[in-house]
Design a protein around this ligand. Sequence first.
Ligand SMILES: Cc1ncc(COP(=O)(O)O)c(C=O)c1O
Length: 384
Amino acid sequence: MSFNDYIDRRSSESLKWNCYPNDVLPLWVADTDFRSPPEVIDALHQRVDHGIFGYSIPPEGLDQVVIDRVKRLYDWDICQEHIAYVPGIVTGFTIMLRALCEKGDAVIFQSPAYPPFIGSPKASGLVGIQNPMYRDDQGIYRLDFDRFERQIIENKVKVYILCNPQNPTGRVFCKEELQKLAEICLRHNVTICSDEIHGDIIFDGRKHTPIASLDPEISRITATFMAPSKTYNIAGLHASVALIPGEGLRTTYEQYRQYLIGNPSLLALVAAKAAYEYGNGWLSEQIAYLQSNRDFIDDAITQGTLPGVSWSKPESTFLGWLDCHELPVEGGLFEFFMEKAKVCLNDGSTYGEGGKGFLRLNFGCTQAVLKNGLERMSSAIRDI
Ligand SMILES: Cc1ncc(COP(=O)(O)O)c(C=O)c1O
């Protein structure tokens, strides 16, 4: 299998490929166009061939695969009782918000933000506080710690939803940044929900650090959510992992969760186990491929192929956060590229404060599709 293989997804039930007419190139919803590792597909075939799909328990050995993986990648020691499986990460942090908060309580997160960070607290009757990031003189997105602490105090914030690596900016927060965030949360009794769904796809030899792995005091106040879903392109199966070492926090979460959401489906967990167990080589190849896609976009931007567009080169994920403030477009940017380029991107104005004037581009696709998308965008800009 090669990441260059074009696989038709319109004939499948793809959200990304089937929402818009066939002449639109979809570079939006955050999944990739790559086939999952062969070991994942084989494991699913084997389980399907058994032919009985009654009530299930997680596959034998999955807990240990998770424990070993977290130890190997992050030198973080977790135990079997810290692990819970959850169909999705948005579901996981929403359950945590509802378990911990009363109506009207405040929840904080950085902006621009993955839209459910804005929508989930709102739908739960909570007040979402946006802590805007800023770009330093090298264009790198930075955290505003002073404002973060002030906002927590002023709003009596109960829960912090951290997104690391950050969607949509692609920042990978370093240990020092995470330590500072955690110290503020510890000082003010704020629980951390850490969404680390993008933690497996990191570029330029950087390393992902789970905030909870920094210190046992931090892990006690943190629920960490990880998933094989983006990494191995199995998001449609719905299997994610919650790691909650703090006993009190775990009990609160579990009491709230138990009658509301079930476990991921048996096929989802079979796929998750195979992915985590056998997908390491495939993942390294995917990271290299995505990094070259990212560099392709970076070259296009620096060489002026997309005049008026700039970005902060993402350190992770397959999502590019395009700054389009300089584009002389009247009306909406999303509509402009949809109509004039036939390219579907995510509209930055749905990402909260700091999102207007931006578009998010998904480069988890073949290089041919990416090239086609950039050419379409380039000629639409030149025709303005
Ligand atoms: C930061 C982040 N969290 C969560 C999700 C969705 O996760 P799930 O499908 O497991 O709810 C996404 C998907 O784009 C994401 O980018």
